[in-house]
Design a protein around this ligand. Structure first.
Ligand SMILES: [Zn+2]
Length: 227
């Protein structure tokens, strides 16, 4: 079931899909806040007042590829079809963040930026922050053009494991790069979990933009604190 309003699908259908998701996971649709994503690096701080925005009522905030909240029962929602979902959680300050990190946002270090915002706005400490990487396109399937490959090489010269080339093909490991940016921001490797699933290899299970040859619905990442 497609969970993006930014695809070729009727508003009514997508709202219905969110209702079905809500019934299945037991989180009311009124508690959810959905981004309008633009492959940038802007991140929005949200709270209870934003509940339901993007799904059942209009947003009062602009385009962004990440959401952060310290409020309980506010379900952050981003949508994905290959782009990397990054969940951030400070268990001490009780702050959560959710990021949509496609290659453009990864190049802009959006996950590290989210950590910085958590520190600046909520006094979070790196060693208290946990991160989880959800299903996404992985190095096995993420082939890019030479120009994009070189842009990444120049931006992340220390991430040699993230790159592979040969036979006129260039591949990038976005997860490796994201984890690197998170550890640069002070997160410990032991606090970062990677679900290690490829949306393209498992396109029967996950929505995949590449695996579906651009004709695809979109899945969602959802993150909420209850206590
Ligand atoms: Zn793959």
């Amino acid at each position: 079931m497609n969970l993006s309003f930014q695809r070729d699908d009727s508003r009514e259908n997508v709202v219905r899909n969110f209702e079905l998701l809500s019934e299945n996971i037991g989180i009311p649709i009124e508690n959810m806040v959905l981004t309008r994503q633009v492959h940038g690096s802007d991140i929005t701080l949200v709270n209870k007042k934003h509940s339901g925005m993007g799904i059942i009522r209009d947003r009062t905030f602009g385009d962004s590829d990440g959401l952060i909240t310290s409020d309980r029962n506010v379900a952050l929602v981003t949508f994905h079809a290959d782009c990397v979902p990054v969940y951030l959680y400070d268990s001490s300050k009780k702050v959560i963040g959710l990021v949509h990190s496609g290659w453009r946002s990864t190049l802009q270090k959006i996950s590290a930026k989210a950590v910085k915002i958590m520190k600046e706005n909520f006094n979070c400490v790196s060693s208290d922050i946990n991160a989880v990487i959800g299903p996404c396109i992985r190095k096995c399937c993420f082939e890019v053009g030479k120009d994009v490959y070189e842009e990444f090489l120049n931006t992340f010269p220390g991430c040699s494991d993230a790159f592979a080339s040969g036979g006129g093909k260039w591949k990038i490991d976005l997860v490796n790069i994201i984890i690197n940016t998170l550890t640069q921001e002070g997160l410990s490797y032991s606090n970062i979990r990677d679900i290690n699933r490829c949306t393209v290899c498992e396109k029967e299970l996950f929505f995949s933009h590449r695996g579906g040859r651009s004709i695809s619905g979109t899945g969602a990442a959802l993150f909420m604190m209850t206590e």
